[in-house]
Ligand binder design. Sequence first.
Ligand code: ADP
Length: 230
Amino acid sequence: MEVHVVLLLFGPPGCGKGTQSPLLRDRLGIPAISTGDMLRRESEKHSDTGKTIDCLLAAGCLVPNEMVNHLLEARLAEPDCRDGFLIDGYPRTVEQASHLHQILEGLDLAAPTLVHMDVPDSVLISRLSARWNCRSCGAIYNLLSKPPLRDGFCDIDNEPLWQRNDDTVETAHCRLDAYKAVTDPVLGFYKLGGTGNVIHVNAHQSPDAVFEEIKAALETEVFSPVRLRT
Ligand code: ADP
């Protein structure tokens, strides 16, 4: 029997969603979708929408629900999502959570498993301002905990690293405020509404340790719809 897996990586900016996402993608054999990456691509387009998104991202504000819902819905309709997927960065509002619920019903997919990655605020701000990325392969570095071997260049493909323009201390505070005000309540939607499973992991550990904790939680009988490749 085929098992559909819908995983939602959930937690504040800097909790490590973007680091765990490719690890889980490879382990589960499902596509990993990042609404942040999708929006950054849109923001590079010279359209009015692209410019609006660019301003919102730079200020650390959330992009309006309708724009993100529309982008995500189109992505989830692609054939590679038929057997499930994992999403990093969505839903970020209760309205988005209820929209996703409708999409999943429409696609006849299972209720999602939400992986809540918990990290203290003080750690998040220092993680965000030390984060550097490789635009071509997507690798994420952190000058404090995982610096590249060669200063300013990716270990994997040697491309120059770049820093997101929302990874400044000031913008990181705005993003954390937005998280607390409108994203945190999404947990209640899943816990109280009974529309999915919620697992909590301590994300204030090394990336390997966090991955092991997520794997262990997904392997338990309680979450039997999720099956990891051995
Ligand atoms: P992080 O989780 O580290 O903040 P992301 O790449 O997930 O990074 O998101 C970057 C920015 O993209 C957010 O600050 C927000 O402006 C926008 N964004 C991403 N996902 C959503 C979403 N689901 N709804 C609204 N805005 C979003």
